[in-house]
Design a protein around this ligand. Structure first.
Ligand code: PAF
Length: 284
């Protein structure tokens, strides 16, 4: 088993990566907000395959939470996270302090023009600006060759890829498949907020996606019909409120009326007070 090193300062992290690169080593990076689950571990496994050195950051990024969101209550368990990082053979846990990432006087943000104007960006107006900003900063601190992101946050993955392209960052972005519980619920740190009854209702996101796939297989290509069925299914649970159910182009996120090529079906639903997302590519 490898020894893990914990780095807390930006300078130290940059120096570590500079030396690793100077020695001809490749660096893979998995940014996280901690409270790790199997989904995160799958990203680390991918990162481990890709490079000599694997860096995982744990930082709950205040810039991506709106004023009425769950920043203060975001789940944490740093001891358990570190055990999991050791288990996965992670070389460096980068755990910076908020004040160093956003010092007094901080004023530069990374903002994209089009991709955030869809799906989660509509109900979480500061979210993608916060994500793009912290990821750009982490890229400059960790200096990776590769960075791995989960496809559960499909829009986030697309936005990071676009930012890397637009800003000519020399980093390869890799998307890793959604990891699900045995019954299909997509893994998320926020699943820990759910009561046993809400956990059953949360499963309806996946059920709706699966049903959409079946309807499409039966020859229905009209997105509005598929969305109607998915909406009815989710509304059959008392404790849910739908943020969006969309069928869209997996590159631009523009709505698709008729499914003639692979389309992204994306869902965001509040189960009780917990906002959950899930998605699936629908193949006609
Ligand atoms: O997906 C997440 O956990 C976060 O949005 C990320 C990429 C670590 C940025 O804070």
């Amino acid at each position: 088993m490898r020894d893990i090193e914990i780095i807390n300062t930006i300078k130290e992290m940059q120096r570590y990566s500079d030396l690793a690169r100077r020695d001809g080593k490749t660096v893979a990076f998995v940014p996280t907000m901690g409270f790790l689950h199997e989904g995160h571990l799958s990203l680390m496994k991918k990162g481990r395959e890709l490079a000599d050195i694997l860096v995982v950051s744990i930082f709950v990024n205040p810039a991506q939470f709106g004023p009425n969101e769950d920043l203060a209550s975001y789940p944490k368990n740093i001891e358990r996270d570190l055990e999991l990082l050791i288990q996965e053979g992670v070389d460096i846990a980068f755990i910076p302090d908020g004040k160093e990432i956003y010092p007094k006087g901080f004023q530069t943000y990374a903002e994209l023009k089009n991709l955030p104007n869809h799906l989660c960006g509509l109900s979480r107006p500061v979210f993608f600006r916060g994500v793009a900003t912290v990821v750009a900063k982490l890229f400059n601190i960790v200096k990776p060759h590769f960075a791995v992101f989960g496809q559960k946050d499909f829009q986030q993955l697309l936005i990071i890829k676009q930012m890397v392209k637009d800003l000519n960052l020399d980093i390869e972005i890799i998307g890793a498949p959604i990891v699900r519980e045995k019954d299909g619920l997509a893994m998320s740190s926020r699943n820990s907020y759910l009561s046993p009854e809400q956990r059953i209702h949360a499963l309806f996101l996946y059920k709706a996606l699966k049903k959409a796939g079946e309807i499409l297989k039966n020859g229905v290509r009209d997105s509005s019909k598929i969305i109607e069925e998915a909406t009815a299914l989710i509304k059959s649970c008392s404790d849910t409120s739908i943020d969006y159910i969309k069928i869209c182009d997996p590159e631009t996120l523009e709505d698709i009326k008729m499914i003639e090529k692979p389309a992204l079906m994306a869902i965001a639903v509040k189960v009780g007070a917990t906002r959950l997302i899930d998605n699936m590519i629908l193949n006609p």
